[in-house]
Ligand binder design. Structure first.
Ligand code: TTP
Ligand code: MG
Length: 390
């Protein structure tokens, strides 16, 4: 699977498809730093290297794990876990408070390396981006060579390790980068997308959240291959308007383009809870984490927005949004959180349980037009990833 000359594989990629005519093959890289916050802490403080590091809030104040070093992950510690549970699982773990300014600084360096490779960079968060490398491949550099070069440069210039996945679709590249973490590298050659995805659990697919995964498993669909094998009308019944997209992703042929900053209209993050939440003490840290994620994405995309939106879904699936426009555009997590909390706290009530919470920022200052862009309609995927931009 790993090193194949892409041009040789193109014939295989076009066989067996009834969709005509075939669009040209694109080559996409998904790059994601390993244990980002924890890796920066280990880089800056050699005493932390090789040790279980848990970056986040304090266990006494309902703090949450932002991320953990791979040493700590061996004990079952992971992002978004209450720090108290993390300490129980890994008592020797060293708790480190996040230093967002430092992470932003490192992120800027890494994004600059990405942009040095290609202009077509779509950052997703501080440590993660899609790169469209089609031109480089057409000029004769195999995706594997580009990926190796990227990993080497990031490691030499920052000291961090980067995991890279390459493929002809964003969703394939993203899954590939995750599969061999940390320090992973996986190139899925054109034509092998479906075969690569088939044995993987359905939950790995973008847009299949834990709840959808549960329902699919109840129907005996455990792998992406089993999903891809369903007839078209089954997809339509199960996914409605999303049917074509979900099916394309399951087949590894999604056509989503890499969007550079200019195309971004909103940046948002949302999360669905395992159990519905009512308590302000539990909801506030969630909102704080979402605000920090959105601020990080804005920073990575070099954007500031004026409109802050909160999205909420109640236990009965009623979904609503509340927005507020600020006097000046921002990318500050504190300003986003303050506004989001002002909007959301009005919605709290002892008889209301929430199953989902989201935070978004839109209304970007458009440098090219020299004027404020109109706040865009807030759009979030129904299910799917924590960080999303449209
Ligand atoms: P991720 O790339 O999801 O995680 P990671 O880089 O720590 O680990 P890996 O990619 O090797 O699996 O997120 C990047 C950073 O974003 C992470 O270091 C901390 C922050 N983050 C949070 O603050 N809260 C979260 O729930 C998640 C998932 C990440
Ligand atoms: Mg990462």
């Amino acid at each position: 699977m790993e090193a194949t000359t892409p041009k040789n594989m193109m014939a295989a990629g076009t066989s067996g498809s009834s969709e005509a005519p075939e669009p040209p093959v694109r080559h996409i890289i998904h790059a994601d730093l390993d244990a980002f916050y924890a890796a920066v802490e280990q880089l800056d403080n050699p005493e932390l290297r090789g040790k279980a590091v848990m970056v986040g809030g304090s266990p006494e104040h309902r703090g949450v794990v932002a991320t953990a070093s791979y040493e700590a992950r061996e004990f079952g510690v992971h992002s978004a876990m209450p720090m108290r549970s993390a300490v129980r699982r890994c008592p020797q773990g060293i708790i480190v408070r996040p230093r967002f300014d430092r992470y932003r600084e490192v992120s800027r360096k890494v994004m600059a390396i990405f942009r040095d490779i290609t202009d077509l960079v779509e950052p997703l968060s501080l440590d993660e981006a899609y790169l469209d490398i089609t031109q480089l491949v057409e000029d004769g550099q195999p995706p594997l060579a580009v990926a190796l070069d990227l990993k080497r440069r990031v490691n030499q210039e920052t000291g961090l390790t980067l995991s890279v996945g390459a493929g002809t679709a964003k969703s394939v590249a993203k899954i590939a980068s995750d599969l061999h973490k940390p320090d992973g590298l996986l190139v899925v050659p054109p034509g092998e997308e479906e075969e690569f995805l088939a044995p993987l659990p359905v939950g790995k697919l973008w847009g299949i959240g834990p709840k959808t995964e549960e329902r699919l498993r109840a129907d005996g669909i455990d792998t992406i291959g089993q999903l891809a094998g369903q007839p078209l009308d089954w997809f339509q019944r199960r996914f409605g308007q999303r049917a074509a997209d979900v099916r394309a992703r399951a087949l590894g042929i999604d056509r989503g383009a890499v969007h550079t900053e200019r195309a971004t209209k909103s940046v948002s993050a949302e999360t669905t809870f395992d159990t519905d939440l009512t308590d302000e003490d539990q909801l506030y840290p969630v909102l704080a984490r979402l605000a920090a994620r959105v601020a990080g994405s804005l920073e990575a995309k070099e954007l500031r927005g004026k409109t802050v939106t909160v999205k909420a879904r109640l236990a009965d699936f009623t979904t609503f949004t509340r927005q507020m426009t600020l006097a000046a555009p921002t990318n500050s997590d504190a300003a986003i959180l303050e506004t989001a909390w002002r909007l959301f706290s009005k919605e709290l009530s002892p008889d209301r349980s929430f199953r989902l919470l989201g935070v978004g920022v839109s209304g970007f200052l458009s440098a090219s037009l020299g004027a404020d862009a109109e706040p865009e309609q807030f759009q979030l995927p129904l299910f799917g990833e924590e960080a999303y931009s449209g």
